[in-house]
Design a protein around this ligand. Structure first.
Ligand code: 6GU
Length: 248
């Protein structure tokens, strides 16, 4: 899968994605990440890419020309029949989530556009952006970190990137339930023992305990997710009972 990031800070994007599992994915040739410096398409000898907003107001805006030319350079390079989706990182976009990561991972090529200053001239956004995306309700100084967050989450769904393929699915947001707690050695840490059932070697009991823990955690920390989760009647009753006991 190819990721093309249009940015004023290419080193930031590249240095953040060359380590750990994503870096391995690049080494293995499963992922290709390229940062394109919008400033290289400034079209003037000063590398100036921003200007004052018409109508006044605080700060500077990125001009449409350099953004469009950097985009064109990528489109020419991809030379695909199919139009390539362009993700614009903006706090006013649709909020990113796991299903969106999974869906975007089906694409062969993705372009990310990172804004800076107070934003980007609307006309170029209208021309090229297909997917405006936010990573949550807070404001960041630029789109680079959100682009890196998205590339990480999407890459986990590219076959071969994760060692253990099942873990792309059986993780924190699978089936809209939070992940159960996990333990490794030592058996006792600062007086706290690993739950007995995990040492029992009884897989059926371990699975049942983990499922219960997922249900309890989700009910406690993310009750909003439970509405979307597929639960048996028995499981719904189990949650109801445990919530009643917690109130006492
Ligand atoms: Cl995608 N960009 C910026 N600048 N701030 C954000 C964001 C994106 N998502 C949340 N805050």
């Amino acid at each position: 899968m190819n990721f093309y990031v249009l940015t004023l800070f290419p080193e930031m994007v590249m240095s953040g994605l060359n380590t750990s599992i994503i870096g391995k994915g690049v080494e293995k040739g499963l992922l290709n990440i390229e940062a394109i410096n919008i400033r290289d398409y400034a079209g003037n000898k000063y590398g100036k890419v921003d200007d004052y907003p018409y109508g006044g107001g605080a700060g500077m805006l990125m001009q449409p020309g350099p953004v469009y030319r950097s985009y064109e350079s990528v489109v020419d390079k991809i030379a695909s029949e199919r139009p390539t989706r362009v993700v614009y990182l903006t706090p006013t976009g649709n909020v990113f989530h796991q299903d969106m990561a999974k869906e975007l991972a089906q694409e062969e090529n993705l372009i990310f556009l990172c804004g800076h200053y107070e934003g980007i001239d609307e006309r170029v956004l209208d021309k090229i952006v297909t997917d405006p995306v936010s990573i949550g309700d807070y404001v960041l100084t630029g789109g680079e970190l959100p682009a890196m967050v998205m590339i990480d989450a999407i890459s986990r769904f590219v076959p071969g990137v994760l060692k253990n393929e099942v873990s792309a699915e059986t993780e924190s947001f699978h089936e809209n339930l939070l992940e159960y707690p996990q333990y490794t050695r030592p058996e006792e840490f600062m007086g706290e023992k690993v739950p007995e059932v995990l040492l029992s070697g009884h897989h059926g009991k371990v699975d049942a305990w983990r499922r219960e823990q997922s249900l309890l955690r989700t009910a406690k920390f993310r009750p909003d997710l439970l509405k979307k989760a597929e639960l048996t009647e028995k499981e719904r009753q189990f949650i109801q009972k445990s919530l009643e006991n917690a109130d006492k």
